[in-house]
Design a protein around this ligand. Structure first.
Ligand SMILES: [Zn+2]
Length: 324
């Protein structure tokens, strides 16, 4: 099963044996569709959750995790942490869709309870339970990296989103993000219902959402473009230090949010721009009936513009670079 965890997940087929030991002595447990725990034989003080496919059509990171699991199973990757691998929206993944009813990455922190009829709600609850159980008695470093690919091109091809966190983030977090080939980091200042905000706020994990490039169908991803990310993940899993050669990412803070309140919402700057496109002070970014979003800093950059979201949801973020 471990040599093709993804195939079992897509077929929603539980393995004949739900747990076992690899030739290298790693103990693994299948925890349900797309959920797998792997634990080394000796006591360990690093606990890492890796997730992908929270958006079911974001295939390249799913394939990266499949290959990591296969290499651990074959003894090619000497795991030095407790590892929980989660293929997020497995039902949508099987259907080749981003989601079935609702964006899964808006349903964490219990938000799924408000949408009991949604196909995604039981999945959000199951993922929350898996993360809670994994971290329940975890003493030591806790990480959660949630791997995504973006819909649109980006000025910075690979970037990370850090959930709002009272304690902030230390230099080791930025060093690891650099080692994962991340060139820009976006700091959220408000709470949200994303998977990484859940792990951060409810389980005190150092959590980051990684946006790793553009979406392609399964089998059509050029995984060589993800080689540096893959290498960084392998260093993390084997408890090596981040590569010294890694460059520090640029850091951006969220200064505004584009809220779609009605069907009248439009992006005044068009909707084909790349993520992190910069606009000067005074630019009208969005209009919704009599509300306008106008750039109020010398320069603001737009991230995740999407005028097609449902009314009441976020249609984009505005960010400003933090002075070095
Ligand atoms: Zn995504």
């Amino acid at each position: 099963m471990l040599d093709d965890f993804l195939a079992f997940t897509l077929r929603n087929q539980p393995p004949v044996a739900p747990s076992g030991t690899t030739p290298g002595g790693m103990r693994w447990r299948w925890l349900g569709q797309g959920m797998l725990e792997i634990i080394p034989p000796r006591a360990i003080d690093t606990h890492i959750v890796l997730s992908a496919g929270v958006h079911g059509d974001e295939t390249a990171p799913i394939e990266i995790l499949r290959d990591l699991v296969a290499d651990i199973a074959a003894g090619r990757l000497p795991l030095a942490c407790r590892l929980l691998v989660l293929l997020g929206n497995a039902p949508a993944m099987s259907a080749g869709k981003r989601y079935l009813d609702d964006d899964l990455n808006r349903l964490f922190c219990g938000a799924h309870r408000n949408l009991p009829g949604s196909a995604e709600s039981p999945r959000a609850a199951a993922l929350e339970a898996a993360v809670a159980a994994f971290f329940a008695n975890a003493v030591g470093a806790r990480w959660h990296l949630d791997l995504h690919t973006a819909i649109r091109p980006s000025v910075f091809e690979r970037f990370a989103l850090l959930p709002q966190r009272e304690a902030g983030y230390g230099p080791e977090v930025f060093a690891w993000l650099g080692a994962l080939d991340i060139s820009a980091v976006l700091n959220h200042r408000e709470r949200s219902n994303t998977f990484t905000y859940f792990s951060s706020s409810e389980h005190n994990a150092l959590a980051a959402t990684l946006e790793l490039g553009k979406v392609m169908p399964f089998g059509q991803n050029d995984l060589t473009r993800f080689a540096a990310v893959d290498a960084g993940l392998r260093r993390m899993l084997t408890s090596e230090a981040p590569a010294q050669s890694a460059t520090q990412p640029r850091i951006f803070d969220v200064v505004g949010q584009l809220n779609k309140q009605s069907d009248a919402f439009v992006l005044a700057v068009g909707d084909t721009m790349a993520n992190f496109t910069a606009y000067p002070r005074g630019t009208v970014i969005a209009i919704d009936r009599d509300e306008r979003y106008v750039v109020s800093h010398d320069e603001e950059r737009i991230v995740f513009p999407n005028p097609k979201v449902k009314n009441g949801l976020r249609a984009g973020l505005m960010v400003v670079e933090r002075p070095v």
